[in-house]
Ligand binder design. Structure first.
Ligand code: CBY
Length: 434
């Protein structure tokens, strides 16, 4: 009798001795799941589950098992139409993300997706990226974040890519990992996920290859992980709040490359949970990037042959429920300084905007007051508006130019549509190279 009572205890003890995976340790517990409600709420709101921008949101909701079958079916059907109608104009990374979202898991019967067709198109877009690098001093058409997404999708969906080329271009010293000499944690994290997929496909024998390439890839992962960990802040974030989610995924899949004391994932998770409660992830893409890691998932869990998990409609959120993503703007006015800086020439204006306005509102006001000096255009991206031209001068990936946003001399870590300005701010758009 006594012995049989002890058995479960012994089992528990043995279980606790088995080393647990970082992703399991860091996963938000069942009891704490309600902390994720604001994220899911932001993501499911009707406006943001439409268009190609929805890819990351869909991928995240499906990996986390947050949709019911009807929602999944509806969103996927809609998304297939979007991909079909926009495919020729999609960048390589957008298509890669779309493939990851569609193939995150096996959806309801009756929806058939021609993966091989999409993957073939992606292979061509990836080739065009490499070609641009060869012709333009190593600069891709887009950037290494997107090239990493390409390799990840091609690897997971049996597409065509050259392993030696991957080993060559993803060297951690490559300039494309850096903006202004600053290591991009987002980019490094996505590269680790891509390289890990390639490495796994080599070691599982799907890809017969020179061991030298495998060694190189292994080394790249090790160095990239070191760089990501070097960007850990005191409160445990990796890079900044928006790069942390994907960096966590990179660290989950490469726990052999660092010591347990180099990353206390619970600390990172707890800081993130605190930030959620303070409304840090109001943007659907930001919410989408952090959610998988908090569920203990990574983009390497994408598997089109694995049935989706449904029914955990735990928050009972309908797709129709709208949610405001813009911060409240109050009636009182504030004054800010705004300048356009091109090389050594600076044109300055003082504008008055409503309290709570964002950077973009300031630019609009300046343009209204003096179109000759302050005209600009913006493009909608999954992170909100991206400033493409100012006074007719256009940003260009082939020569690594862009319009940099600054406040009081410091580059912003938010885009023009989300950075809330303060009275007296010295705001600047500066013609820069990265
Ligand atoms: N996504 C992409 O292709 C973008 C990849 C990314 C690494 C991205 C950050 C990370 C991510 N998770 O999506 C990225 N940024 C890149 C590559 C770039 C470059 C874009 C040009 C190119 N080569 O394709 C570039 C020019 C260096 C760049 N980002 C500029 C900027 C500034 C935008 C200013 C403008 N003209 O509008 C800005 C505002 C920095 C500044 N001070 O000027 C900027 N980026 C920021 C802040 C960000 C973060 C956005 C955070 C937020 N809450 O708004 C970012 C998440 C992101 C988007 N950039 Co870039 C990085 C971060 O802070 N963690 C793939 C596609 C399919 O979706």
């Amino acid at each position: 009798m006594r012995q049989s009572h002890q058995l479960p205890l012994v089992g528990l003890l043995l279980f606790s001795l088995i080393p647990r995976q970082q992703c399991e340790i860091c996963k938000v517990s069942k009891e704490n799941k309600t902390a994720l409600k604001p994220l899911v709420h932001t993501m499911i709101s009707s406006n943001y589950t439409k268009g190609i921008q929805a890819a990351k949101v869909l991928l995240s909701l499906r990996l986390g098992g947050f949709l019911n079958q009807n929602q999944d079916q509806h969103l996927i059907e809609q998304f297939i139409l979007t991909v079909r109608s926009t495919e020729p104009s999609l960048t390589s990374g957008q298509l890669a993300l779309a493939i990851l979202a569609l193939g995150a898991c096996k959806g309801p019967d009756g929806i058939s997706i021609n993966y091989s067709e999409l993957v073939k198109i992606l292979g061509n877009k990836y080739k065009a990226e490499i070609k641009n690098m060869e012709d333009h001093d190593g600069n891709p058409l887009t950037n290494y974040y997107q090239l990493s997404l390409d390799v990840l999708a091609l690897c997971l969906f049996s597409g065509n890519y050259s392993v030696p080329k991957v080993a060559e271009i993803f060297k951690p010293g490559n300039k494309n990992y850096y903006f202004h000499k600053q290591f991009s944690v987002d980019t490094g994290a996505m590269a680790v996920l891509a390289l890990t997929c390639v490495k796994r496909s080599i070691t599982s024998g799907q890809n017969k290859i020179d061991t030298k390439d495998l060694d190189n890839i292994d080394n790249h992962i090790k160095l990239l992980i070191r760089k990501i960990l070097s960007q850990k802040t005191e409160n445990g974030l990796l890079g900044n709040i928006d790069s942390t989610g994907e960096a966590m995924q990179a660290l989950f899949v490469s726990s052999n490359y660092y010591n347990r004391n180099q990353w206390v994932c619970q600390k990172t998770r707890d800081t993130v949970l605190k930030e959620i409660s303070q409304g840090a992830f109001r943007m659907p893409t930001a919410a989408a990037q952090i959610l998988p890691a908090l569920m203990g998932k990574t983009y390497l869990d994408v598997n089109k042959d694995f049935s989706c998990v449904y029914g955990s409609d735990i928050f009972h959120i309908s797709t129709q429920e709208p949610i405001s993503v813009t911060p409240a703007v109050s009636a009182s006015q504030i004054k800010v300084n705004y300048s356009v800086v091109i090389n050594n020439a600076k044109d300055r204006i003082v504008v008055s905007v409503a309290n709570g306005s964002v950077f973009l509102n300031v630019m609009e006001q300046a343009q209204k007051e003096n179109a000759a000096l302050f005209s600009f255009t913006a493009e909608e991206t999954s992170w909100g508006p991206y400033i493409t031209t100012v006074r007719g001068i256009k940003a260009n990936t082939t020569d690594r130019t862009y319009w940099e946003l600054l406040s009081n001399g410091e580059p912003l870590s938010k885009g023009a549509g989300s950075y809330v300005v303060h009275a007296g701010d010295d705001l600047e758009v500066r013609w820069s190279t990265y």
